[in-house]
Ligand binder design. Sequence first.
Ligand SMILES: [Fe+2]
Length: 217
Amino acid sequence: MSNIGFTQGMMDMEITGRKQMRDIYYVKKKIGDLIKESHVPEDLIHSKNTLEWLLELKADADNALKIAALGHDIERAMEGRKVKRKDYRSYDEFKDAHALNSARIMAEIMEECEMPEDLADDVFFLVRHHERGGTERANLLKAADTISFFHVNLPHYFMREGEEETKRRCMWGLRKLPVNLKKVVAGFDYQNQEIAAIVKSCTDLHPTNYLLNKAPH
Ligand SMILES: [Fe+2]
């Protein structure tokens, strides 16, 4: 009897595991479908690239981290719900509101896809803290997001915002990275020479340089 009970228990676990895998697939698909609609052209590649950098930094990252990496900027993809820079006094306040708004939207998606509450809470926490970090896992997401900005977002940002604002944004991003990951950014090879010069000028500066404390407008 105990063997039968054990086998049934294992089967139940496998079914739960398979259901969860299927539900996680729907969460990822839902995130991708929403981000595809974004008016910001780099949003979809940044979502996928942040996940790639997360796995580069931690190959065995858990499901909550992987989902958070894909969906951390999701509010930006939703024209009717995104926060706008002009409504906030500082860039940091704007980014904080962006993180909270994305976390709330991710909570709705997790509920819609019937994900377990603990996993949903974990994703909420990680997305809520993806700009500032604060725990080991939130710091990982912050680092993956920041490196990805330099990897795939920067050319788009430069075209939209121009040289001075891009410089400020680069400084603000570099301030969020530990020294070893600043070196990763310094090693990126940009085809656009103006962008290459901006990143070089920023990464060459000493971390205590006053510009590192200036947020973008
Ligand atoms: Fe991001």
